[in-house]
Design a protein around this ligand. Sequence first.
Ligand code: ZN
Length: 161
Amino acid sequence: MPTAPPTSTHSTVHTILVEALTASCCLTGIHGWGIFALRSIPQDSLVAEYRGEIVRNSMADHRETQYREGGQDCYLFRVNDDVVVDSTNCGGISRFCNHCCMPSLYTRVINDANNNPHVAFYAKTDLKPGQELTFDYRFKEEAGDKVRCECGAPNCKGSLN
Ligand SMILES: [Zn+2]
């Protein structure tokens, strides 16, 4: 079995210790890497944080173009119209969390004392060990290029955007 890709130890935000206890990174059938529950996770418990660098939307657009031109996978989580978490170069394993139209996780944005947003993943239902951890990427609908979804869920929308 291949080893998980390296993840940075430099986190721009605080570490949520439960992440190491609840999730592990593996190759999946959906889209390269994915993360899986290591143990039973009760509904509504905190599973992981989408860690990374907090950047403005305009900067994220610029970086996305650069990453794509460089042939690099990019991991950008759009928090709102102003802020994006970029975990391309410094993120936790949650950046390998795949999209699913029937996800096992939901996200919640929590602002810390300095008003910096943190994207946290919670279990949508009781999760079993080995179950894949997924969330709904909620990409904006675009008329142009569609990104095909192959999540296999009964309610699959067929595309991510
Ligand atoms: Zn789908």
